[in-house]
Design a protein around this ligand. Sequence first.
Ligand SMILES: *Cc1c(COP(=O)(O)O)cnc(C)c1O
Length: 408
Amino acid sequence: MPDSPAPSFHRKPLTGPEDLALFGAPPVFDTPRHVNRPAAPDRAAFDAMMDAVWERRWFTNDGPLVQELERRLSAFLDVPHCVLTSNATAGLDLVMQCLGIRGEVLLPSYTFISTAHLLALRGLTPVFCEVGTDMALDPADAAARLTERTGAVVATHVWGSPCDIDGLGALCDAAGIPLLFDAAHAFGARHRGHPLGRFGRAEVFSLHATKAFHTCEGGLITTCDAALADQLRLARNFGFSGSDRVDCTGVNAKMSELHAAMGLANLDAFPATRAAARAVHAAYRDGLAGLTGLRLKCPPAAEDNNHHYVVAEVDARAFGLTRDRLVELLTAEGIWARRYFFPGGHRSPPHAAANPGLSLPRTEALCDRVMLLPGGGAADLAEVAEICRMIRFVAGSAAAIHNACKAG
Ligand SMILES: *Cc1c(COP(=O)(O)O)cnc(C)c1O
């Protein structure tokens, strides 16, 4: 289990707006509580691996720890091929290169901006699509934007929940184009009983420090396509297939042994980390139950979500305050709630300029309503209880707070 420090916060009286940090009272937390505090694995296990790395003087270039982590991830995710990379963005870029994707690529606007950026940098055209009620790429909307110029679809398993894999699969099969998944959030989750990783042509996980399973920085491409896996291995190392033989163009997207050691230690801890994250999520669910205008996203048990993200939707009218005001109030208390994925890819520079007048109402509503709360396996349950107490107080005093904000 990752260590968490003794909870340290000011359990202050909450009677009126004057008790809030936004209006000058001391904050609940002296130091920020972030939405995803990184997991920190057993240090002794990591150090033992480092001793072996020093002994070997083999720090990178497909070292034994990278190979071991790829083997263990293949077993854990039950997928034939795992290719580790320096990060997920570089990994998805390698997939685009190796599949020779051209033209337009359909993606949800409601996702992390990295995908739109890498498409643009690769000379591809990101085509932003609308989300369904599950917050993920809507196959019907994607179908409406598909043209003979469409080269691929990149869908996100947003908040770790599988997107409509079957619907998108049917669409891409009919069009004869590859379906790829941004699985950055989704390590360990299942679709129809199978771990994510084997779906579409390839899936790409982020192993960044803020994710459910991490290597500090890192990415993981999973695929059932052996030829693609071979190509990815060449392309992540300048195209080298031998010490002085280059087979194709490539970049440096390799993972180092230090990062792989972090991954091996974190993989051992992952079942405990996931259980802790589930307990944190359940504490939020109980602590925020019954609030009007604030709805927590609760993944169904069957998907085995890693529960790394605590996602709330704020309906300003019903809650009595806007999502942005709530985020501002919480941030002043040291509770660094975050809006996501604000403002949406199609409204974000530089992509907004290429999409003048594009309106994606469901995406825009999410961008204006969704808030992430400090969660994950490294969060502290006593602190979560205090965060819930604060949110309940704000909800109950919304009118008074609204007036105090106007007066201030
Ligand atoms: C974190 C994240 C990425 C980027 O991953 P990196 O490993 O930092 O490149 C991409 N997509 C989503 C949905 C993410 O959350």
